[in-house]
Design a protein around this ligand. Structure first.
Ligand SMILES: Nc1nc2c(ncn2[C@@H]2O[C@H](COP(=O)(O)OP(=O)(O)OP(=O)(O)O)[C@@H](O)[C@H]2O)c(=O)[nH]1
Length: 578
């Protein structure tokens, strides 16, 4: 067979092609690798566990990372662990940990299934050095301090009795909404590679980080996030230029919604200094918004009944007509032993109008502190950093994705017109038909009866938050909703572990320097990037192989020519013989 053809069809040729691709785009190599089963037999891998204790449930995520590549400008390559079926190692339980407010001593038992699941996946020999973080969000934030403290105390005392992870008092905490927003922002930008060096085709921005005498740096444009959970809502986006405040009050308010942080391993490396505008809205998550709406329905309807001596909502045959429940759905709401009977009207437009007041709009701006702070008389009037709607990109997570995907099946690129049409149709579909569709598995696997019931409300709430609250123009072209990006589940937990391990590379670097004391050019060179290094070795080996094969071919050809010459001489010799 022709050698060239053989070579082109060979694994060798394809490997070289793939290797060249990866040499030019090492990012692709990392993406491909991160979808593989995690090699638990590799002793060099490090592990980390984050438990997200949300208002509606708790989930455990197991992450791992190879040793740092030695370049102080790159972050740890943290990936979600995958089991032998390549499935992400994640487990979820319901309800939320805040339901243990009155029985805090059960907190560690409650988390036991999640922690033993993680313990079964992380190699036993690694448990001692594997950090475990138990981070609680809005459900816990809504509890009084004493109840929060009692739950955390139980975890800090009991978890180490059963599990051998690296876990201390500071590893169990109720994080602020601001932290949650920043972590979500870090998570998605990391997965999208926006913290890497910019390629020519990337959209870049000039960034002034505020450091003294610092020239603007050109960096990849980062994406903004909106994350709507069960109880709280976060928005976070990078503010590329230094902000000037016109008054000390404005500065005070402004600083409370700006997060300045350095993701680099060392304060001297300013390449990864970011200034992010982040605001959290407690009570604005999908479930809490519905709860607030129902509270008001009960109060207002009963007050009206008293005033007008009517009986609206007092019995099943005289229900309150709720525009935000699907047509024909009967439901009840009970508050303080008072029950209100509801019947779905399925009217999207009226539902939008009904939910809008719950945004707490004040001079056209949503209250960053949420309704609770407004009720306490604290009102923050800072309007937030303006979003450049013509040069930005946003990702919507959790309810933004579930609202679009679970039943409407349109998660991904957001288009306000298509979305409101689909939501209008959903709301006006008869409840019996919706249930039939659920039984026929026409919705996503995650959709359950509760999703069906509140979809109409939640989709209107999401729409209002986006367009009336955050004032995104209806033709904004760059909003995507997502749960998986490059096949990775993007959660704020990923950002949390990245942030919490940001100094680990420094430790590795210092140890390496002490041990080997290499010249500095070597440390910063590609020799310390183990991917590139092994690929180069492979390329060299393949080149040598090809060279040897080619030499053999030349040698064989020469041999054949020599034999032919010998034959010719022999024949000529015979002919000359008398
Ligand atoms: N479709 C789908 N729904 C989910 C999933 N996880 C949670 N939900 C639902 O989405 C709503 C919001 O849940 P999350 O986004 O997990 O919010 P949370 O962490 O509980 O709430 P916060 O504490 O406010 O952050 C709840 O009603 C959940 O039942 C999921 O993986 N898929």
């Amino acid at each position: 067979m022709d050698f060239v053809l053989l070579y082109k069809n060979s694994l060798l040729y394809r490997s070289i092609f793939f290797i060249s691709l990866c040499l030019f785009h090492p990012r692709y190599l990392s993406i491909a690798e991160s979808m593989e089963t995690t090699d638990i037999h590799n002793p060099a891998l490090n592990y980390g566990i984050v438990v997200d204790c949300g208002s509606s449930g708790s989930r455990v995520f197991v992450y791992y990372w190879p040793p740092h590549n030695g370049n102080p400008h790159t972050l740890l390559d943290i990936r979600q662990m995958r089991d032998h079926d390549r499935k992400p190692v994640v487990k979820k339980i319901k309800p939320g940990i805040s339901t243990l407010a009155n029985t805090p001593t059960q907190a560690s038992d409650y988390l036991h299934p999640l922690l033993s699941f993680a313990a079964a996946h992380v190699p036993k020999t690694k448990h001692k050095e594997t950090p475990l973080y138990i981070l609680c969000t809005a459900g816990m934030r809504l509890l009084p301090d004493s109840q929060q403290a009692a739950i955390l105390e139980d975890l800090v005392t009991d978890v180490p009795l059963e599990f051998d992870f690296l876990f201390s008092r500071s590893h169990a905490e109720v994080i602020s909404g601001k932290q949650e927003g920043v972590y979500a922002w870090i998570g998605i930008n990391f997965v999208l590679g926006r913290f890497d060096h910019a390629d020519e085709e990337d959209a870049t921005v000039e960034v002034t980080t505020g450091a003294q005498n610092q020239q603007p740096i050109s960096r990849r444009r980062t994406v903004g996030i909106m994350d709507m959970g069960g109880a709280s809502l976060q928005i976070a986006y990078e503010v590329p230029s230094a902000i000037t405040f016109s008054s000390p009050q404005e500065e005070e308010a402004g600083k409370s919604v700006l997060a300045d942080f350095n993701l680099g391993c060392d304060v001297e490396h300013t390449q990864h200094v970011y200034r992010v505008y982040v605001t959290t809205f407690l009570g604005f998550g999908g479930n809490m918004a519905r709860q607030r709406y129902e509270d008001q329905l009960v109060n207002n309807t009963l007050a009206k009944n008293r005033l007008l001596t009517t009986q609206t909502g007092m019995s099943e045959d005289k229900p309150y007509l709720d525009p935000c429940l699907p047509v024909g759905l009967s439901d009840t709401v009970t508050r303080d032993n008072r029950t209100l009977f509801l019947r779905g009207q399925g009217d999207w437009t009226r539902c939008q109008e009904a939910v809008r007041p719950f945004l707490g709009l004040h001079n056209g701006t949503m209250s960053p502190g949420g309704v609770y702070q407004v009720q306490n008389g604290i009102y923050d009037s800072w309007k937030g950093a303006p979003i450049n709607f013509s040069n930005s990109e946003f990702y919507g997570f959790s309810e933004f994705f579930y609202c679009m995907e679970d039943v409407l099946r349109m998660g991904g690129q957001y288009n306000s017109e298509r979305y409101s049409q689909a939501a209008t149709d959903y709301c006006s579909t008869k409840w019996s038909t919706l249930k039939q569709r659920l039984d026929n598995q026409l919705f996503s696997q995650q959709a359950d009866i509760s999703r069906l019931k509140y979809q109409c409300f939640k989709s209107a709430w999401m729409f209002e938050v986006l367009h009336s609250g955050f004032r995104f123009p209806s033709d904004y072209p760059s909003l995507k909703t997502a749960q998986l990006v490059y096949d990775k589940e993007v959660q704020w937990t990923l950002g949390a572990i990245l942030f919490k391990t940001r100094f680990l590379p420094l430790r590795d670097l210092q140890q390496e320097t002490l041990r080997q004391n290499h010249p500095s050019w070597l440390r910063s060179s590609f020799v310390y990037n183990h991917h590139l290094f092994s690929l180069c070795i492979l390329v060299v080996v393949l080149a040598i192989l090809l060279y040897i094969l080619r030499l053999r071919r030349i040698h064989q050809r020469e041999q054949r020519q020599a034999e032919a010459l010998n034959l010719l001489w022999a024949e000529e010799g015979e002919a000359l013989l008398p």
